[in-house]
Structures are given as structure tokens and as C-alpha cells.
Design a protein. Sequence first.
Length: 166
Amino acid sequence: MTPPSRTPATGEVAGQLRTVINRLAFHLRTPATRHGITPTRLSAMAALDRNGPQRPGDLAVRLGVSAASMSRLAEALEAGDLVRRAGDPQDQRACLLSISDRGAAALEDLRREGTSQLSDDIDALSAAERAKLTDALPVLVALADRHLDAAEGPARPASEQPHGST
């Protein structure tokens, strides 16, 4: 099936949307960076919180980082007691990373702080602007879900991974 042709207006909307989303994402990451949690560390913690324990290699693929970068990232998160490393019960040669209690609490605090900041910003909008934002949310959620589903794909259980994919 051939995708519909893009009009100049579609490209302009896409460019503006990308810029706005990046600016909002930067604003929403500010609490994490103030607490010394880099965007990559935050992404890893959120992925472990959302998807449960994962092998480092699987998490690297999910985050789009190299195995070497994942190794350094896992060490930093483990040193900060934000994740735990344990043996994989399906394959004792492999390990699984999972969010620690401290990591889950940090994520919850960061989410609460970010939501509070964004709530304040939304409260400052006019009623008409808040209504437009509310009306746009289902479309934005659908766009985000489409990209998340494509990026993450169906994760295979660790027991189905080829050996050596830690």
C-alpha cells in the first residue's frame, strides 16, 4: 500500500510538532537532571519499570544503545542502587536487570514532580486553550503509541533469547 502523499502543510505541522515535543520533553526531564539522573538512565529505569526484568542486551536494543554503553549504564544504575542485577533463572550464564525499590521510588518522585510542573503550566492556559489541548490528546496518544509499538516490538522472554545476548 502506498502511503498518502504529504502536503507542504503536513510537513510543516510535523516539524512544528517535533520541535514542541522536544521542548516539552526537555522541560519534563529537568527534575531528573537536577537529581543527577541523565535522560538515558531515566529511559532505562522507565523501561525496566514498565516492562519488568530484562537482560542487558535486550534493554540495549530497546534503548538503541550499544552493548558497551549498556554495560556502563547498568553499572552506573547499579552503583546508584537504582537497578538490581540478578542471575537469570532460565540461564545462569546470563543476568537480568530490574528496577530497585529505590529506583521505583525515584521514578515515582520524578513523575510526580514533572506532572505537578506540567499541571501548573496547563492551569495557566485559558479555558479555550485547555479544551483544545484536551481534544488533541487522543491524537497525540495514538501517534506516540504507534511509534512506541514499532520501536519496542514484541519483546521475547529471556528464555527465548539466543545464548550470549546479555
